[in-house]
Design a protein around this ligand. Structure first.
Ligand code: HEC
Length: 150
Protein backbone atom coordinates (compact mmCIF):
# COMPACT_ATOMS: atom_id res chain seq x y z
CA UNK A 1 0.00 0.00 0.00
CA UNK A 2 1.57 3.31 -0.95
CA UNK A 3 1.56 6.38 1.23
CA UNK A 4 -1.23 8.12 -0.59
CA UNK A 5 -3.49 5.11 -0.48
CA UNK A 6 -2.69 4.63 3.19
CA UNK A 7 -3.61 8.25 3.79
CA UNK A 8 -6.87 7.81 1.94
CA UNK A 9 -7.77 4.71 3.94
CA UNK A 10 -6.78 6.58 7.07
CA UNK A 11 -9.06 9.45 6.14
CA UNK A 12 -11.91 7.12 5.13
CA UNK A 13 -11.68 5.30 8.45
CA UNK A 14 -11.74 8.65 10.21
CA UNK A 15 -14.83 9.52 8.21
CA UNK A 16 -16.57 6.35 9.28
CA UNK A 17 -15.57 6.59 12.93
CA UNK A 18 -16.11 10.24 13.58
CA UNK A 19 -17.81 13.17 12.02
CA UNK A 20 -14.80 15.44 12.27
CA UNK A 21 -12.24 14.81 9.60
CA UNK A 22 -8.58 14.60 10.52
CA UNK A 23 -6.31 15.59 7.66
CA UNK A 24 -2.98 13.82 7.18
CA UNK A 25 0.00 15.75 8.58
CA UNK A 26 1.76 17.99 6.13
CA UNK A 27 2.90 21.50 5.42
CA UNK A 28 -0.53 22.69 4.29
CA UNK A 29 -2.67 20.84 6.83
CA UNK A 30 -3.68 23.91 8.82
CA UNK A 31 -4.00 26.03 5.66
CA UNK A 32 -6.51 23.57 4.25
CA UNK A 33 -8.26 23.27 7.59
CA UNK A 34 -8.62 27.03 7.84
CA UNK A 35 -9.21 28.18 4.29
CA UNK A 36 -11.15 25.27 2.81
CA UNK A 37 -13.88 24.94 5.41
CA UNK A 38 -15.54 28.30 5.06
CA UNK A 39 -18.10 27.23 2.43
CA UNK A 40 -18.21 23.43 2.62
CA UNK A 41 -16.97 20.63 4.83
CA UNK A 42 -13.57 18.96 4.54
CA UNK A 43 -15.46 15.90 3.30
CA UNK A 44 -15.77 17.62 -0.09
CA UNK A 45 -11.99 17.99 -0.13
CA UNK A 46 -10.93 14.54 1.09
CA UNK A 47 -13.42 12.70 -1.10
CA UNK A 48 -11.90 14.25 -4.22
CA UNK A 49 -9.08 12.45 -6.00
CA UNK A 50 -7.42 14.09 -8.97
CA UNK A 51 -4.07 14.63 -10.62
CA UNK A 52 -1.98 17.63 -9.66
CA UNK A 53 -2.98 19.86 -12.57
CA UNK A 54 -6.64 19.37 -11.75
CA UNK A 55 -6.00 20.17 -8.10
CA UNK A 56 -4.33 23.37 -9.23
CA UNK A 57 -7.39 24.29 -11.30
CA UNK A 58 -9.73 23.40 -8.44
CA UNK A 59 -7.84 25.38 -5.81
CA UNK A 60 -7.67 28.39 -8.16
CA UNK A 61 -11.43 28.05 -8.66
CA UNK A 62 -11.88 28.09 -4.88
CA UNK A 63 -9.73 31.18 -4.58
CA UNK A 64 -11.90 32.86 -7.22
CA UNK A 65 -14.89 31.88 -5.15
CA UNK A 66 -13.32 33.45 -2.09
CA UNK A 67 -10.81 31.12 -0.41
CA UNK A 68 -8.16 33.35 1.15
CA UNK A 69 -4.82 32.03 -0.17
CA UNK A 70 -1.77 33.86 -1.49
CA UNK A 71 -0.16 32.51 -4.69
CA UNK A 72 2.55 30.90 -2.54
CA UNK A 73 -0.03 29.26 -0.32
CA UNK A 74 -1.84 27.99 -3.41
CA UNK A 75 1.33 26.11 -4.40
CA UNK A 76 1.72 24.64 -0.92
CA UNK A 77 -1.90 23.54 -0.81
CA UNK A 78 -1.78 22.04 -4.33
CA UNK A 79 1.37 20.07 -3.44
CA UNK A 80 -0.23 18.77 -0.27
CA UNK A 81 -3.52 17.82 -1.87
CA UNK A 82 -1.89 16.08 -4.80
CA UNK A 83 0.31 14.00 -2.51
CA UNK A 84 -2.54 12.78 -0.33
CA UNK A 85 -5.49 13.03 -2.66
CA UNK A 86 -3.77 12.79 -6.00
CA UNK A 87 -4.61 10.40 -8.76
CA UNK A 88 -1.74 8.41 -10.16
CA UNK A 89 -0.40 9.49 -13.48
CA UNK A 90 -1.80 7.79 -16.51
CA UNK A 91 0.76 5.59 -18.26
CA UNK A 92 0.32 6.36 -21.94
CA UNK A 93 2.13 3.16 -22.87
CA UNK A 94 -0.21 0.82 -21.04
CA UNK A 95 -3.53 2.65 -20.70
CA UNK A 96 -6.49 1.52 -22.78
CA UNK A 97 -8.36 3.87 -25.10
CA UNK A 98 -11.18 4.72 -22.66
CA UNK A 99 -8.72 5.43 -19.87
CA UNK A 100 -6.72 7.68 -22.21
CA UNK A 101 -9.84 9.44 -23.35
CA UNK A 102 -10.95 10.22 -19.79
CA UNK A 103 -7.57 11.08 -18.32
CA UNK A 104 -6.43 13.30 -21.16
CA UNK A 105 -9.87 14.61 -22.04
CA UNK A 106 -9.47 13.76 -25.70
CA UNK A 107 -11.82 12.28 -28.27
CA UNK A 108 -12.20 8.55 -28.93
CA UNK A 109 -10.44 9.04 -32.28
CA UNK A 110 -7.47 10.72 -30.63
CA UNK A 111 -7.24 7.96 -28.00
CA UNK A 112 -7.33 5.35 -30.76
CA UNK A 113 -4.57 7.25 -32.56
CA UNK A 114 -2.34 7.06 -29.45
CA UNK A 115 -2.89 3.30 -29.20
CA UNK A 116 -2.23 2.81 -32.93
CA UNK A 117 0.91 4.96 -32.76
CA UNK A 118 2.45 2.97 -29.92
CA UNK A 119 1.58 -0.33 -31.63
CA UNK A 120 3.33 0.83 -34.79
CA UNK A 121 6.31 2.63 -33.23
CA UNK A 122 6.81 1.11 -29.80
CA UNK A 123 6.44 2.79 -26.42
CA UNK A 124 6.47 6.54 -26.02
CA UNK A 125 9.61 7.74 -24.28
CA UNK A 126 8.63 11.29 -23.47
CA UNK A 127 6.12 14.07 -23.94
CA UNK A 128 7.60 15.11 -27.29
CA UNK A 129 7.00 11.63 -28.65
CA UNK A 130 3.39 11.77 -27.57
CA UNK A 131 2.91 15.17 -29.18
CA UNK A 132 3.85 13.66 -32.53
CA UNK A 133 0.75 11.47 -32.66
CA UNK A 134 -1.33 12.59 -35.64
CA UNK A 135 -4.48 14.40 -34.56
CA UNK A 136 -3.31 15.24 -31.05
CA UNK A 137 -3.21 18.88 -29.99
CA UNK A 138 0.33 19.45 -28.66
CA UNK A 139 -0.87 22.30 -26.45
CA UNK A 140 -3.45 20.08 -24.79
CA UNK A 141 -0.83 17.39 -24.24
CA UNK A 142 1.48 20.00 -22.71
CA UNK A 143 -1.31 21.18 -20.40
CA UNK A 144 -1.75 17.63 -19.10
CA UNK A 145 1.94 16.89 -18.67
CA UNK A 146 1.79 16.61 -14.87
CA UNK A 147 -0.59 13.70 -15.12
CA UNK A 148 1.14 11.81 -17.94
CA UNK A 149 3.58 9.00 -17.23
CA UNK A 150 5.60 6.69 -19.49
C1 HEC B 1 -15.67 30.84 -0.82
C2 HEC B 1 -16.22 29.53 -0.72
C3 HEC B 1 -15.30 28.33 -0.89
C4 HEC B 1 -14.09 28.12 -0.29
C5 HEC B 1 -13.36 29.01 0.70
C6 HEC B 1 -13.62 26.83 -0.77
N1 HEC B 1 -14.55 26.28 -1.60
FE1 HEC B 1 -14.44 24.44 -2.49
N2 HEC B 1 -16.29 24.70 -3.27
C7 HEC B 1 -17.06 25.85 -3.15
C8 HEC B 1 -18.30 25.66 -3.86
C9 HEC B 1 -19.42 26.69 -3.98
C10 HEC B 1 -18.24 24.36 -4.43
C11 HEC B 1 -19.30 23.66 -5.27
C12 HEC B 1 -20.45 23.21 -4.46
C13 HEC B 1 -20.11 22.13 -3.47
O1 HEC B 1 -19.64 21.05 -3.89
O2 HEC B 1 -20.35 22.32 -2.25
C14 HEC B 1 -16.98 23.78 -4.02
C15 HEC B 1 -16.55 22.49 -4.37
C16 HEC B 1 -15.31 21.97 -4.07
C17 HEC B 1 -14.85 20.68 -4.52
C18 HEC B 1 -15.63 19.68 -5.32
C19 HEC B 1 -15.18 19.67 -6.76
C20 HEC B 1 -15.61 20.88 -7.53
O3 HEC B 1 -14.74 21.50 -8.17
O4 HEC B 1 -16.82 21.21 -7.54
C21 HEC B 1 -13.58 20.55 -4.06
C22 HEC B 1 -12.65 19.38 -4.30
C23 HEC B 1 -13.25 21.73 -3.32
N3 HEC B 1 -14.35 22.58 -3.34
C24 HEC B 1 -12.05 21.97 -2.71
C25 HEC B 1 -11.75 23.12 -1.99
C26 HEC B 1 -10.46 23.38 -1.40
C27 HEC B 1 -9.24 22.47 -1.48
C28 HEC B 1 -10.55 24.58 -0.76
C29 HEC B 1 -9.44 25.32 -0.04
C30 HEC B 1 -8.31 25.71 -0.82
C31 HEC B 1 -11.90 25.07 -0.96
N4 HEC B 1 -12.60 24.17 -1.71
C32 HEC B 1 -12.40 26.26 -0.45
C33 HEC B 1 -16.73 26.97 -2.44
C34 HEC B 1 -15.59 27.16 -1.71
Amino acid sequence: MDMRRAALVFVSVQLLCAQDIVLPDGKAKSLVQNSCTECHGLDVVVEATMPVNQWRDTVKQMVKRGAALTPEQIDTVVDYLSVYFGADKINVNTAGPTELQNALQITADQAAAIVAHRKANGNFKDLDGLKKVAGLDAKKVEAKKDSIGF
